[in-house]
Design a protein around this ligand. Sequence first.
Ligand SMILES: Cc1ncc(COP(=O)(O)O)c(C=O)c1O
Ligand SMILES: [Zn+2]
Length: 406
Amino acid sequence: MVIKYLLCRKCSTEFRADLKYVCDECFNPLDVIYDFDKIKLTKDIIKNREKNLWRYFELLPLKNKNNIVDIGAGYTPLHKADKLAKKLGLNNLYIKNDTVNPSFSFKDRPAGVAVSKSLELGLEAVGSPSTGNLASATAAHAARAGIPCYIFIPYDIEQAKISQVQTYGANIIPVNGTYDDANRLASYAGDKYNIGIVNINLRTYYVEGSKTLAFEVCEQLDWNAPDHVIVPTGSGAMLCAIERGLKEFDRINLIKNNKTRITSAQPKGCSPIVDAIKNKSNSIHPVKKPNTLAKSLAIGEPGDGIFAVETVNNSGGYGENANDEEIREAIRLLASTEGIFAEPGGAVSIAVLLKLVNDGKIDANEKIVCYVTGNGLKAPEAAFIHQPELKVVEPKREVLQDIIGR
Ligand SMILES: Cc1ncc(COP(=O)(O)O)c(C=O)c1O
Ligand SMILES: [Zn+2]
């Protein structure tokens, strides 16, 4: 047991590691604090473990390995994107390809940790408000754990995501409103019915799962921190977790000289975090009516918004946004150069990379990692638009000469 306590991010009050997510004194979020002196984690120990996110068990908030709910999330490829890099005049570009997680987004990481923790805390049901990806990740892990799952979604998210959640057997509650409305209803359900809402009352534990995005990248870069990461951002939780992951690896000497710049990438139709960074503001102006192709990032009131702004600024990174057309173009470019098919929310990091390169903000030799966090088949409508119309042909050999041209 290496968790010491939960610590308030603002006023530093300490709490026991129970089902607790906000500080009683100042209502700010709580973070898990580990007993780093007791953590005996070496490169060799990690290398010999199974290739999933649980290989970093000592840095995850579970007491007992028997509570792990595992569907094989994590240890996704770090893809050296040489063809795309060449197009952009870069020499060291990597894609962290989290489109290939079991439910096809990075959300399997935090949801896997939160559903496991819910078993450890003796909860009998789980759920989440979601823009779609967390819904599937929670539902898939609940199915594996054999416990009921309640999913709150804005009614108008992509059909593929809704079908996926239903297939895992979750109870789905489409809300006539935005993500923020779904969030408030889920929060009430968690309190009233004692449900573990993974990104609300289990949030302290949930966010820990996304640290593995940083751990894996460092391990895959042969125990080196990247120079710069570009992170698709909604609530800001993943971005903050990546920073904590880098710090913790540094703290236990698995990497040295962590000076990674962290850049936040958001869609233009909903970019409250990026707007605050660009305006050098210390507060977030909520976006009342998000309007973007990247529905998974349509979070107008980001829970970790202000912390994400601080994290980016302290790291020397940038905030940048991309409009729908730029995101579509990035999806096409990534698929056609590197064979990776991303959803809009996942590809916004590539769209932002293109903008930073055009603005001369990227050094050709920096070791840069773009997180690509969701699979294109979850939002196929996005890629279908503007595709050339196909002509059906007779199954005759003669037709090929016209098509292939020789
Ligand atoms: C594909 C994808 N990428 C990135 C994010 C952003 O994560 P966070 O809300 O932790 O900032 C989400 C959130 O739903 C997502 O679905
Ligand atoms: Zn506090």
